[in-house]
Design a protein around this ligand. Structure first.
Ligand SMILES: *[C@@H]1O[C@H](CO)[C@@H](O)[C@H](O)[C@H]1NC(C)=O
Ligand SMILES: *[C@@H]1O[C@H](CO)[C@@H](O)[C@H](O)[C@H]1NC(C)=O
Length: 359
């Protein structure tokens, strides 16, 4: 896969314009891009395992969080802008999610939740100088009608208010948020997007060559979605849109798993959880979840064993990590470096293609 020409990177306009320096830059850029994609795409290697080895997840203190919170046009808008932002990242949660899940509780946002994967996505993005914008859906999931207009207005208002108009605008949505971002991208100018555990709504929107470069981060264990991602990638490629995928595989639990990923869970509880899940047969001999966390009766098992009774506020956090380990359908931060690389590698190229698109 990805034996694609550099067709849309080098336009006729560039050739005719005789801007040789620019052309060389574009050729160089596309070579760099090509090798990046080759690095990104490696079907043989489960992407998740190496990210785990890097041990980066708990290395950010939650004191980094000092988001601003505002209620705008009927919904929560929560954001943080680093000192020298180089791009804007809009994040769209999945069903039952909300903006508050992306941020740890802090003085500005005492009711923030800080779900483990969401918070790590934000922390990594901030550390690479992305201004991060999160918005809550009005209902349980995102809807495609009026809500799209509302979010477009909020993003434009926020960009202007913070004087970020000159920065590339990127977006990532998971599940329902992925469908939403895929639709939004047909109407708003993003430099590139990431659709996580979502194939997008490409059956119901018109794709043109100036649709932003699209990275699919998905979990092939969800075979139906895997097939749709494959199909839509082919469709997008045919239209001249850049695409890539990251396939997220299951990861084994171990006694440190929960404490390494959830700031509120200590090592002792983490080991107890692991032991209990082993005893109950939720995981196999190699530590892999046998079913999705949503299908396992783990909360009852915890009650029986009197673990974590006073800490039920971590229930959703633990559940999320179990789902992540099973790798069927969950928000994931394990591939965040590659995702941010994707955004960064399209910040300049996309500006060129948007010039083309305007002609
Ligand atoms: C709020 O909604 C109104 C009506 O659609 C719109 O005109 C306005 O721009 C919106 N404001 C923001 C900040 O999104
Ligand atoms: C993209 O452009 C910005 C300035 O517009 C520049 O600082 C940056 O180095 C460029 N990135 C690449 C990968 O060329």
């Amino acid at each position: 896969m990805l034996k694609r020409g550099n067709k849309q990177t080098i336009s006729w306009r560039d050739l005719q314009g005789a801007n040789v320096a620019r052309l060389l830059f574009l050729i160089f850029g596309s070579l760099v891009f090509g090798s990046l994609v080759l690095l990104l795409i490696d079907r043989g290697n489960p992407d998740a395992s190496f990210a785990f080895k890097k041990g980066k997840w708990a290395s950010f203190p939650s004191s980094v969080f000092h988001p601003s919170v505002e209620f705008v046009n009927g919904t929560d808008v929560i954001w943080q802008i680093p000192d020298s932002p180089k791009a804007v990242l809009f994040l769209a949660h999945g069903c039952n999610g909300r903006a508050a899940n992306f941020w740890d509780p802090s003085e500005n946002c005492p009711k923030c939740v800080g779900l483990p994967e969401e918070r790590l996505i934000v922390l990594n993005a901030l550390s690479r100088n992305f201004a991060v914008l999160t918005i809550s859906s009005i209902g349980r999931c995102w809807s495609m009608g009026r809500e799209k207009e509302n979010v477009k207005e909020i993003i434009s208002w926020w960009v202007e208010k913070n004087n970020l108009q000159k920065l590339p605008l990127t977006a990532m949505g998971a599940s329902s948020g992925g469908y939403f971002v895929s639709a939004l991208a047909a109407e708003m100018s993003f430099s590139s997007i990431t659709l996580m555990i979502a194939e997008g709504v490409f059956d119901s929107i018109t794709i043109t060559a100036d649709y932003p470069p699209t990275l699919f981060v998905h979990m092939p264990k969800d075979r139906r979605r895997n097939e749709l991602v494959f199909r839509y990638m082919e469709d997008l490629k045919k239209e001249g849109v850049k695409v890539a995928e990251i396939r997220c595989m299951e990861v084994p639990l171990n006694p440190h798993f929960f404490s390494a990923r959830i700031p509120g869970i200590d090592q002792k509880i983490s080991a107890k959880l692991f032991e209990l899940f082993q005893k109950k047969g939720f995981i196999d001999g190699n530590g892999y979840m046998k079913s999705d966390g949503r299908e396992v009766n783990w909360k009852e098992a915890l009650r029986e064993e009197d673990i974590l009774l006073a800490k039920s506020k971590w229930t959703n956090h633990i559940q999320e990590e179990m789902n992540l380990a099973y790798a069927y359908h969950e928000m994931t931060s394990l591939q965040i470096d590659q995702i941010l690389d994707w955004f960064e590698s399209h910040m300049n190229l996309s500006k060129d293609s948007s010039v083309e698109g305007a002609s």
